[in-house]
Write a protein of this length. Structure first.
Length: 475
């Protein structure tokens, strides 16, 4: 089929397009930012059209000569976001009908059980679904709850809240709405159902609820995430307090999730979001291997947390929270000289900082069962080697060295040292420390030691640059 994907660089779209290409569909993507599309590995395999779906001319051109449209556009807040979503959907509905499109597929949101009100965010998705179903083009409106996968806004909020509050607290007060039920669904299963909906019979035009095999409480989402991530689980005490706007501000302060995104998601906590029917599976089949249990979906998401995981367009805050500090020094020496200084660090040479600092830190580490004041230099600086209290994770000869601390810490600390060219006879030294905290203890540790951290590593950066320049001058 010839398929137009609107929202192809978003979280779901970036994962759906490769599936459509695998299924041998010809794909056209309507995007507002061509640079985002260019970052995707599959960008050269699709036809790109730049523009806004809310513009009738652009929308009509995008729908021309396509068999089906997958509509993955929705706003998460801002002034008049619901009206903007309705207006865009109305334009798409009219232009798709005029172009003779044979199928529209839309990903919306589960609606509350019992019809007991809804949030503005969920109501907006339902209104868009109704507009598309009334377009005159056969439409499949898929209603999904929390989509589980690295980069999903709702999953990332669960992740960051769990990692922030579940890592040392024995008791946790939680709004009583966290005991409401929800039916999460793995992103791979959503992709299966979206792709399958393209081939539904022409007389099928309706909404379908889609969900995973588990019906859980919102609190269970955090607890089960904590189990998979190896975090402690405090005793949760319900509190009859509802302040989603205040909670969104707290989420924005404690996690990388933008409060404007967190607000609509937190409002949805007031409702039970479970599937009311399960008809789509009977029409397009179950996902290969069956539906993904929540904890299995969490494990898949955690497995994607490496540098190559996820999509390059996943929103900021995707993946584990990483705190960082960086020092950059211009060096009056070529890259090869700077690199020789970097690879000479450790062992008897030391780490070029305030005297006794690292020895004191190592002794304290030994007292709590860590590697302590281990002094060692490998014959070959390669991945897997031990360099004092560091583990060598990666070496790009002549360019970069990545180390992971083996000290006992409430998180994972890494030190990256890079030598970059900066003109004839000159170079640039880049030194970056990252810390992935575990729970509140990890965050407290990072901010408590930050002043000393900046001093110690700042001295190291300046001294490395000075040693390299001196070595070059001496020939």
């Amino acid at each position: 089929m010839r398929v137009l994907v609107i929202g192809g660089t978003g979280y779901v779209g970036a994962r759906l397009v490769p599936r459509l290409l695998t299924d041998r569909h010809a794909v056209r993507c309507l995007v507002r930012d061509p640079a985002k599309l260019a970052r995707e590995a599959w960008a050269h395999r699709v036809e790109a059209q730049v523009g806004d779906v809310a513009e009738p001319g652009t929308s009509a051109a995008a729908c021309r000569d396509v068999d089906a449209v997958v509509y993955l556009v929705h706003s998460m807040g801002g002034p008049d976001f619901a009206e903007r979503d309705r207006a865009a959907a109305s334009v798409l509905a009219a232009t798709a009908r005029g172009a003779g499109v044979r199928r529209i597929v839309y990903l919306g949101g589960l609606q509350p059980s019992g019809g007991n009100g809804t949030s503005e965010h969920l109501e907006s998705r339902e209104q868009v679904g109704r507009i598309l179903l009334g377009s005159g083009v056969p439409a499949a409106v898929l209603r999904a709850g929390i989509v589980v996968g690295r980069g999903s806004a709702s999953f990332e909020m669960v992740r960051h809240l769990a990692e922030t509050v579940m890592g040392g607290l024995p008791l946790l007060t939680v709004p009583d709405r966290a005991w409401n039920r929800v039916q999460p669904v793995a992103v791979d299963d959503v992709i299966h159902w979206l792709a399958g909906s393209l081939t539904l019979p022409g007389d099928v035009s309706r909404a379908f609820d889609v969900g995973g095999p588990d019906v859980l409480r919102y609190l269970d989402l955090m607890n089960d995430y904590a189990r998979e991530a190896g975090l402690a689980r405090p005793l949760a005490v319900p509190v009859p307090v509802s302040a989603p706007r205040l909670a969104a501000r707290a989420v924005g302060l404690l996690t990388p999730v933008d409060r404007r995104l967190a607000g609509p998601l937190l409002e949805s906590l007031a409702h039970e979001l479970v599937v009311h029917e399960d008809d789509l599976a009977g029409l397009v089949g179950e996902p290969p291997g069956g539906r993904t249990p929540y904890r299995a979906a969490v494990r898949r998401a955690l497995a994607e947390d490496g540098p190559a995981g996820g999509s390059p367009n996943d929103p900021a805050g995707s993946g584990p929270a990483v705190l960082s500090g960086e020092d950059v020094e211009d060096v009056d020496a070529p890259v090869d000289v700077l690199w020789s200084v970097i690879t000479g660090l450790g062992g008897d040479e030391g780490w070029y900082t305030a005297p006794g600092v690292w020895r004191l830190r190592a002794l304290l580490d030994g007292l709590v069962g860590g590697v302590g004041d281990r002094r060692t230099r490998p014959e070959l600086l390669a991945a897997g080697a031990a360099l004092d209290w560091w583990h060598v994770e990666d070496v790009d000869p002549g360019r970069s060295l990545l180390l992971r601390a083996e000290m006992r810490l409430p998180g994972v600390a890494r030190l990256e040292l890079r030598a970059e060219p900066a003109g004839e006879g000159r170079s640039r030294y880049v030194q970056r420390v990252t810390f992935t905290p575990r729970g509140l203890a990890g965050r407290a540790y990072w901010f408590a030691q930050r002043p000393a951290h900046d001093l110690v590593f700042g001295v190291t950066a300046r001294t490395v640059a000075g040693v390299a320049a001196g070595r070059f001058r001496r020939g």
